[in-house]
Design a protein around this ligand. Sequence first.
Ligand code: M6R
Length: 369
Amino acid sequence: EKGGYASFMLKEIAEQPKAVADTLLGRIDASGRLTLDEVRIPDAVLREADKVVVIACGTAFHAGLIAKYAIEHWTRIPCEVELASEFRYRDPILNRRTLVIAISQSGETMDTLMALRHAREQGAKVLAVCNTNGSTIPRESDAVLYTHAGPEVAVASTKAFLTQLVACYLLALYLGQVRGTKWGDEIHAVVRDLARIGDEVERVLETMEPVRALARSLADRNTVLFLGRHVGYPVALEGALKLKELAYMHAEGFAAGELKHGPIALIEEGLPVVVVVPSPRGRSVLHDKIVSNIQEIRARGARTIVIAEEGDEAVVPYADHLVRIPATPTLLQPLVATVPLQVFACELATARGNEVDQPRNLAKSVTVE
Ligand code: M6R
């Protein structure tokens, strides 16, 4: 069943280009317009929505954090993202104009299910982003946008995450299309970029050998830190989560702008720090700021592992290890930037002798609170 791979996780990492392409299939017409027929929530309701709330757990929550950047940018609707387990006990303010997006690979996560029930009781419309046909979360939602990752067996989520991102981008663009925001041209360009992104993920997978070697060389370390900005921040959180659950190491993701507010005190000689660098094109201010962050931590002894776009020369002098990813628009960068972090965690865990498909203490789907 593992199709020649040593683990389901490796197989599922390799399946990502197809999973991404399958999730786009049939959802963009020849003229570049989105046709999300499954979204049965009437356009009038989508037009009137004045707030989006994303609820999810774990990796799906990280997809939600990235979705917020896309939704707010392309639709100008305020978007909150919350851990389902926190949301339901917080007495959240919801009404008929709130669109709730519940993201779940399994469709059976108890906290997410309870949160969506709570939202519907308050009159909110709930749209599920789910990978499992007929599971409880889509059955109890007003509508569902299925991710087409295929069954995900490994406990650590990989291909489901990438397809959750694709589904969230599609939803954000669709909301923009329905509401006719001023981003019309940009939306067309992004749809074109999205249609190509599976090939870019494939290119990343083809260049992962140095990342594997690096991971093996760090097998005896205790801590790895991850830094990012903008959509790179949730990518850093996701890289840290993968390392925790697979390698049982202390791993933490930070927003790079927070370094001086505390985390920089952790930097010591030889500490591996992975930095996800935004594209130097477009939002170049962010790029320049993170290059300064890399300089700061390196001056304090960090061993910098820099994930940066092809052609970004500014990072070269400060990168102890440089991982190249294809140039993509900033909002889509998580689709390519997450892949090296998955490979890194999987290889490091294997080097430590851990069972990557079944990490200790974890279940694939958490059906208890
Ligand atoms: O099935 P779900 O997407 O609702 O699961 C949510 C989390 O339990 C899940 O993403 C978990 O964090 C993964 N093990 C992370 O790799």
